[in-house]
Design a binder for this molecule. Structure first.
Ligand code: GAP
Length: 430
């Protein structure tokens, strides 16, 4: 598999990802998604939303605030449990997670290490003008709690019956001690989470269902099966809220690592919030004529990790007529740009005019672009590296026969089709 340096330099070169605040020397472990990156990211989120909300009849969506009442995090257990043990190096001042240190000395400079101390991963800030403990709040470390605290609101307004799910995509923040591996672990990232509420006795069945469903989602959008695996958490690894958990791992260049977790959260969260808020988060079971606290199955994936996995999996290098060709063979629904319109000769106004009119005709339907800033060979290479599905080339003959050449990214096969058929050709293929 391609290494992370190659992917991160492609991301920078083609405008997928930039380092945050780069002109000021950068801010560690925060990333900005550029023109192509935001397209790929939106495509990932839209496909997830489509499969989790639109294609199902048993789910609803939510977009809750990043800032929440501080008691939310007491109830969820994050104030008490969302901690890592860290050690400091007395010489170089670097910090490390205690569980990742294999020697008694600093892995960087061999200096002396401090004893381990506990460090909460939540970012703190203050509400209002006074910076006191009373005004202290947190940036959410997961989107899930916004769903739990809105359980009653959603149930009342949507009138859903068990089992049902609530989906949310949004930013989460963690003051990670060890980051790195490009966008794999950052301090600001996005999650795609579903909280699926079930009758307690049906929860194990739905747990199995969601593990399989989510595994298949990654395959459906092109990830090779031998780059994916399921891994069950050991009892020691389980988060404080989970009875069981499976990770969907991807074979990243640094080894198998978590892409998404599917956790059986039992009734932990609803019960905790009921107790601390003194508002009953319960469901009236019509069949049994009793109040129950549903159990929760939670598929929780990271947008950024999914982004990285799709890129790594799609990257390939080929030899074409003795030259290296780099292609991002992304699934057609994920490709950031669906069509690039390229005039063969940019100094011929009639060719430029026709190419521009084709671009203007298609650009409202999906992401398309127009490029005349290099020779056709360079333009093709640029689009292959960006994963663009089709290149539409306008040449001298186009002016006579009103036809253009459409080139397929994967096969590089070229077809000559009428200008008036371009829209339909693209529609059929998307
Ligand atoms: N609500 C459950 C939860 O937050 P998690 O395993 O801590 O569970 C879920 O996080 C997913 O969020 C992970 O599988 C990963 O894809 C993503 N994620 C977590 N921490 C991350 C970080 N620091 N950077 C990027 N993605 C992260």
């Amino acid at each position: 598999m391609v290494n992370l340096d190659t992917i991160s330099s492609l991301c920078k070169r083609r405008g997928f990802i930039f380092q945050s605040s780069e002109i000021y020397g950068g801010l560690g472990s925060v990333w900005d998604y550029g023109p192509l990156g935001v397209e790929l990211k939106n495509n990932i989120k839209n496909l997830w939303w489509r499969s989790m909300v639109y294609e199902r009849g048993d789910t609803e969506g939510l977009d809750s605030g990043i800032l929440m009442h501080p008691d939310v995090w007491k109830a969820s257990g994050h104030v008490g449990n969302f901690k890592d043990l860290l050690v400091d190096c007395r010489s170089c001042k670097k910090r490390f997670r205690h569980d990742q240190i294999k020697t008694d000395t600093c892995p960087e400079c061999k200096g002396e290490l401090t004893g381990p101390r506990s460090f909460n991963l939540m970012f703190k800030t203050f509400v209002g003008a006074v910076e006191s403990q009373a005004s202290e709040i947190f940036l959410r470390p997961e989107t899930a709690q916004g769903i739990f605290v809105n359980f009653k609101n959603i149930l009342t307004t949507s009138r859903k019956k068990l089992p049902f799910g609530v989906a949310q995509i949004g930013k989460a923040f963690r003051n990670e001690i060890t980051t790195g591996n490009f966008i794999f672990r950052s301090r600001e990232f996005e999650q795609m989470e579903l909280e699926y509420f079930t009758r307690p006795e049906e929860s194990d069945k739905w747990f199995k269902y969601w593990v399989e469903e989510r595994f298949n989602w990654y395959k459906k959008y092109g990830i090779k099966e031998n780059n994916l695996r399921l891994r069950e958490h050991t009892k020691e690894e389980l988060a404080h809220y989970a009875k069981a958990c499976y990770d969907i791992d991807f074979l990243f260049p640094m080894g198998w690592s978590e892409l998404e977790g599917i956790a059986h959260r039992t009734d932990f969260d609803l019960k905790q919030h009921s107790e601390i808020s003194k508002k009953a988060l319960i469901y009236y079971d019509d069949e049994k004529k009793e109040e129950i606290t549903p159990h929760v199955i939670e598929p929780s994936g990271g947008v950024d990790r999914t982004f990285l996995a799709f890129l790594l999996d799609a990257y390939r290098e080929e030899k074409v007529r003795g030259e290296k060709r780099v292609v991002l063979g992304l699934h057609k629904c994920l490709a950031p740009v669906k069509a690039a319109v390229l005039p063969l000769l940019r100094n011929r106004p009639e060719i430029v005019k026709l190419a521009r009119s084709i671009y203007e005709d298609i650009r409202g339907d999906y992401k398309a672009l127009y490029d005349d800033t290099a020779s056709i060979g360079r333009l093709y290479r640029r689009q292959d590296e960006a994963g663009t599905l089709h290149c539409i080339t306008v040449d001298v003959d186009s002016l006579e026969d009103k036809k253009v050449t459409i080139r397929d990214r994967d096969t590089m096969k070229q077809e000559r089709i009428g200008v008036c058929n371009v829209k339909k050709y693209m529609k059929d293929r998307l």
